[in-house]
Design a protein around this ligand. Structure first.
Ligand code: FAD
Length: 353
């Protein structure tokens, strides 16, 4: 039996599975999904769980259910590339013949002293539950500082403002404006929304260290009750440990079939993969789709035919009634992108797209 194992049942991993099962699975192939969680969690909505406006249950999607699909729950610790073994923190290793690594990402702290110990994370379901507790147990008028004014920091700040009007919320960024990856007009719209809703934005602040109740930047400090880290990501720890070629962001360099060149039995998908665009759920799904097409073609003994991955754009929310986005070259702000984002979430929950 050929053991085809998928590590991580997020946006990338579940897409690979759904696409594979749409086609013919050879009778000598066993497909197994491995994840630490008993369900897929919708990471793009973690900001709402952290802010207390979405429940834990709303962000869960059952893993794909197919009679021939095996699912194993466990915390993956290391990979033995030479012996083709997956090791877990508990229990026996799992052998593989073909592998998809789709383990997502974790925070990157840029060697800032105290950052990991003294900030909350929104990069894993377990971490978001802790962040939710810290934010929502905060006393009225607490100082909440969100470090990093990218998409996830902006969405969290806005959602938290709607959830807790009493809190003093600040977004700190080392750049000149929030949403630096978006055009200035979109960023300006978001800054105006923050001004109107009393979310403070602090540009040009490069954090040097964090303590439980103080944020240091050079000789200056900012008092804090809860600090949330949204200032950088890197591939999952297992990928960080792997001795293979990577790009400057630590993502694994791949060949045209999304395989590791020296280990063609291993595909890498989503936030762990070096792609020509920023990590996103959309990119993970687009790549997952292709990995399934490639695998099916290889099983049939055919040469895979691929077109390039096409991304539709990025949408962000400012609470429940406003949003922003970039669809190709078109900039959108206001109620329409918020409605579109809700539609995308619904499609994601129902695996349509
Ligand atoms: C707040 C926020 C908002 C976002 N908004 C958007 C958006 O609007 N649009 C967009 O396209 N992207 C958005 N993103 C980014 C998007 O969520 C990620 O790019 C996407 O989840 C990557 O998919 P993936 O399949 O690579 O990994 P994931 O979806 O993160 O899946 C990884 C899976 O691996 C499992 N796993 C990880 N490590 C282990 C281990 N050691 N053992 C066992 N299992 C493990 C996890 O449980 C998880 O199920 C957002 C991210 C955040 C945090």
């Amino acid at each position: 039996m050929i053991q085809f194992v998928i590590l991580g049942g997020g946006y990338g991993g579940t897409t690979v599975i759904h696409e594979l099962f749409k086609g013919h699975i050879p009778s000598d192939v066993q497909i197994t999904l491995v994840d630490r969680m008993p369900f897929q969690s919708l990471k793009t909505e973690y900001y709402a769980l952290a802010a207390g406006t979405a429940s834990d249950h709303e962000l869960r999607v059952p893993f794909p259910h197919y009679a021939e699909l095996q699912i194993k729950y466990g915390e993956i610790s290391t990979l033995d590339l030479n012996n083709r073994l997956i090791h877990f923190t508990e229990g026996d290793p799992l052998p593989y013949d073909q592998l998809v690594i789709a383990l997502g990402c974790t925070d990157k702290y840029h060697n800032i002293q105290g950052a990991q110990q003294n900030s909350c994370s929104i990069q894993s379901f377990a971490a978001v539950r802790n962040t939710y507790m810290k934010l929502n147990n905060s006393k009225p008028y607490s100082n909440i500082n969100i470090i990093g004014g990218g998409l996830s920091g902006v969405e969290l700040a806005a959602e938290l403002r709607e959830s807790r009007p009493d809190l003093n919320i600040t977004i700190i960024d080392r750049g000149s404006r929030v949403l630096s990856a978006f055009p200035p007009k979109v960023s300006g719209y978001v800054t105006k929304w923050f001004n109107e809703h009393e979310v403070r934005t602090l540009p040009y602040v490069s954090i040097t260290s964090l303590e439980p109740d103080l944020i240091y930047y050079g000789a200056d400090t900012i008092p804090t009750d809860v600090t949330v880290w949204t200032a950088g990501i890197q591939p999952a720890p297992l990928v960080q440990q792997m001795d293979v070629r990577k790009d400057p962001q630590g993502r694994i360099l791949l060949n045209e079939y999304h395989q590791i060149p020296n280990y063609p039995e291993i595909f890498v998908c989503g936030d762990c993969a070096s792609l020509p665009f920023a990590p996103s759920a959309q990119a993970a799904e687009g790549q997952g789709y292709q990995i399934a097409q490639i695998t099916s073609a290889l099983w049939r003994g055919e040469t895979p035919k691929l077109s390039s991955i096409k991304l539709k754009g990025t949408l962000g929310s400012l609470g429940k009634k406003a949003g922003f986005g970039l669809m190709g070259m078109t900039q959108v702000t206001g109620r329409v992108p918020r409605i579109l984002k809700s539609g995308v979430l619904w499609m994601s929950k129902h695996h349509i797209g």
